[in-house]
Design a protein around this ligand. Structure first.
Ligand SMILES: [Zn+2]
Length: 232
């Protein structure tokens, strides 16, 4: 692992993806084979390690993780990469600052995604993990280039967005950052849905949103060059 938290070799990248897949399953962010995870490989900047499609996480092995080029070509691995590969390759091509991606189907976040609702900055943790409230990307068919393209704007100044009628997409300067963002989105979405029946849910004051963004969220991206430290 490099100092920046990006795995150095294909082997390290595969082991890291498997580790976070197990966490994703145990923490109920997905069930069975849903969702997917990928990471850049520090020693081979043109390649990423990504989960295979339709493979159960509890028996997933490092050798099952597929190594692909940023154009989607399989470089190494005996399984097919996830059908949602464009969500990963497009973000890596467009964003040199992104080195880890986590896509989940977590229940409370999926409820918001089904309703087409955004998740406002109602709790401090969401701002620290994602940079502020997050929005639901416009509708697109699953596993298409369109679905990937439509996430570019919602993710421009955030570490996560919701995919309409689908789930959660989280990005980060490391897989760990993206994974944390996906976890926090689920927790805050659950709190939001519990609070909503009692009336409008107040947001964190705007000046505190800005303060938390600058002191807690932006530094995580700061080492990665194109750090998105500003924006609404
Ligand atoms: Zn999905």
């Amino acid at each position: 692992m490099t100092a920046s938290g990006i795995p150095q070799t294909r082997r390290e990248a595969r082991e890291l993806v498997v580790l976070f897949c197990r966490r994703m399953l145990h923490e109920h962010l997905v069930s069975y084979t849903a969702g997917n995870i990928s990471t850049r490989i520090a020693s081979e900047p043109g390649l990423v390690a990504v989960t295979p499609g339709s493979t159960a996480y509890d028996t997933l092995r490092p050798e099952d993780i597929v190594i692909v080029a940023l154009d989607g070509t399989v470089v190494e691995g005996s399984l097919r990469p996830t059908a949602e590969l464009p969500l990963h390759t497009l973000a890596y091509r467009d964003r040199p600052d992104v080195a880890g991606i986590v896509h989940t189907h977590s229940p409370a976040a999926m409820a918001l995604a089904a309703l087409g609702m955004d998740l406002p900055p109602i709790l401090h943790g969401l701002i620290a993990a994602c940079g502020g409230g997050i929005v639901t990307a416009p509708y697109a068919r699953g596993a298409t280039e369109d679905m990937a393209t439509l996430t570019a704007e919602p993710l421009r100044h955030r570490s996560a967005c919701l995919l309409r009628n689908h789930g959660v997409l989280a990005i980060g300067p490391t897989v760990e950052h993206a994974y944390n963002a996906a976890c926090v989105v689920e927790g805050v979405a659950d709190a939001y849905l519990r609070a909503l029946p009692f009336g409008p849910v107040p947001e964190v004051p705007a000046d505190d949103v800005a303060r938390i963004r600058e002191t807690q969220w932006a530094p995580a991206w700061a080492d990665r060059g194109a750090a998105p430290t500003h924006g609404g």
